[in-house]
Ligand binder design. Structure first.
Ligand SMILES: Cc1ncc(COP(=O)(O)O)c(C=O)c1O
Length: 423
């Protein structure tokens, strides 16, 4: 966090005047979505004309056009393996969405239990719970809410979740069946888990024998800094500690190629993969292998992926720099806000004065700017301090982004001054 300093500031009159000026511009800006910009999508435009022609056989001699191949094509599993640190034989490649694969794992555990469960998770007499790192990814929390899974918030620290808290919770409560983790350039704080945190997650004793770590590595190859941050391999650490089945690993090409038309993967122990495949066979006769082959022929190799991601980085970095620049100029020194300067991923987490986050969003909306849903990074959509907001700078062009950031800064100051007056 980059803490704002000092106590200099604008008068309430000056801020109100600026707010009215912004309002009079009649703007409509929406930067709520953490999605790649059109220029980023364009980097993978060649995929749309990449045809397999008569060259449709997979690396291991399967006809990609036909049914079958439940675990995905060999070359796709091979491409993901070094990215997520798990052998290709223990990777399933599916459709375009890793979130759908997470949902499917949760649903399968709910309906039938995991390979280590005594009963399906839905049949546990006292219900089940998941640990949710906050602030975190709203869709993970929404899934739990949908299944009626209790959520226990644990704070994110500088190097990952507060492991002291996680350790004591999972050691003592057998109803805690899982934890959601975005271990690299996490959504929304940009945190990468330290090797010590990964080790602690892999080794910790859990009261539930069927405890699972949902390891959503959505930003595995998405640095913003010139040097990518390393992430320890969860799977091999779990294996060393005799907990191989604890790790459920997910990733996708959504923010590498075409978010709506890429491929996603699930990696886990052989027992978990068998469990997945048995369920997958009930709902499909096989994934879209033609697209998987196309994706691999486009992405080629891990080295080429790094080259492509460097092009994404060149487009994204100025936007994240602009966030820091505008906030420094407008909010630095006021002591009312702090924000992250992520080294990767897609988000900035903005911390405003307690009790003002909702008001900031409301004020911005009054000017025509939609940029965040207050509380969305917390279970049940409730931020207990009403102080955290998620910013997604990837989509707008720089000019529009700059204007949006200036509006946000004005609204942060106005909300804070209004609050002072009210108290
Ligand atoms: C942490 C995280 N996981 C998963 C996703 C979605 O992934 P996919 O497109 O593979 O479903 C996102 C998208 O923003 C994300 O931020």
């Amino acid at each position: 966090m980059n803490n704002a300093r000092g106590d200099k500031g604008l008068s309430k009159f000056e801020v109100d005047t600026e707010y009215q000026r912004l309002k009079s511009l009649g703007l409509t800006i929406n930067m709520a979505r953490g999605i790649p910009s059109p220029a980023q999508i364009q980097l993978s435009q060649a995929l749309l004309s990449l045809s397999l022609g008569n060259d449709y056989m997979t690396a291991d001699g399967v006809d990609s056009r036909n049914y079958g191949g439940q675990i995905g094509v060999l070359e796709a599993r091979r491409l993901f393996a070094p990215m997520v640190g798990i052998p290709e034989s223990q990777i399933v490649v599916g459709g375009n969405s890793s979130l759908a694969m997470m949902y499917e794992c949760l649903a399968q555990a709910w309906r039938r239990g995991t390979p280590d469960s005594q009963v399906p998770w839905s049949q546990e007499p006292d219900g089940i719970a998941f640990i949710c790192i906050v602030p975190g990814y709203d869709r993970h929390f929404a899934m739990c809410e949908d299944f009626g899974i209790r959520m226990i918030s644990v704070p994110m620290l500088q190097d990952g979740p507060d492991m002291e808290r996680v350790r004591s919770l999972v050691a003592n409560d057998p109803s805690i069946k899982g934890i959601w983790c975005v271990p690299k350039y996490s959504n929304p704080t940009g945190t990468t888990y330290s090797p010590e945190v990964v080790e602690a997650l892999a080794s910790m004793p859990t009261a539930a024998a069927d405890f699972r770590i949902f390891w959503d590595n959505a930003y595995a190859v998405h640095p913003l800094a010139e040097v990518d941050q390393p992430l320890a391999d969860l799977y091999s650490r779990c294996e060393v500690h005799g907990h191989a089945s604890r790790a459920l690993i997910f990733a996708s090409t959504s923010k590498m190629t075409l978010p709506g038309a890429g491929m996603a993967m699930f990696g886990a122990s052989p027992a978990n993969i068998d469990w997945w495949v048995k369920a997958a066979m009930l709902r499909s006769v096989g994934p879209d292998k033609v697209n998987q082959v196309r994706q691999v022929r486009f992405l080629k190799s891990i080295e080429n992926i790094e080259y492509l991601m460097e092009q994404h980085r060149v487009l994204l970095k100025p936007k994240f720099d602009r966030v820091d620049q505008v906030f420094q100029e407008r909010l630095g020194g006021l002591g009312i806000a702090s924000w992250t300067r992520p080294a990767g991923g897609y988000f900035v987490s903005l911390q405003v004065q307690a009790g003002t986050a909702k008001r900031v969003v409301e004020l911005a909306s009054g000017v025509g700017l939609t940029f965040s849903s207050p509380g969305s990074c917390f279970p049940y959509g409730i931020d207990p301090d009403d102080s955290q907001l998620r910013l997604a700078p990837s989509y707008p062009e720089l000019d529009e982004l700059t204007l949006a950031l200036e509006i946000i800064a004005t609204c942060v100051i106005k909300a804070s001054l209004d609050r002072q007056v009210a108290h």
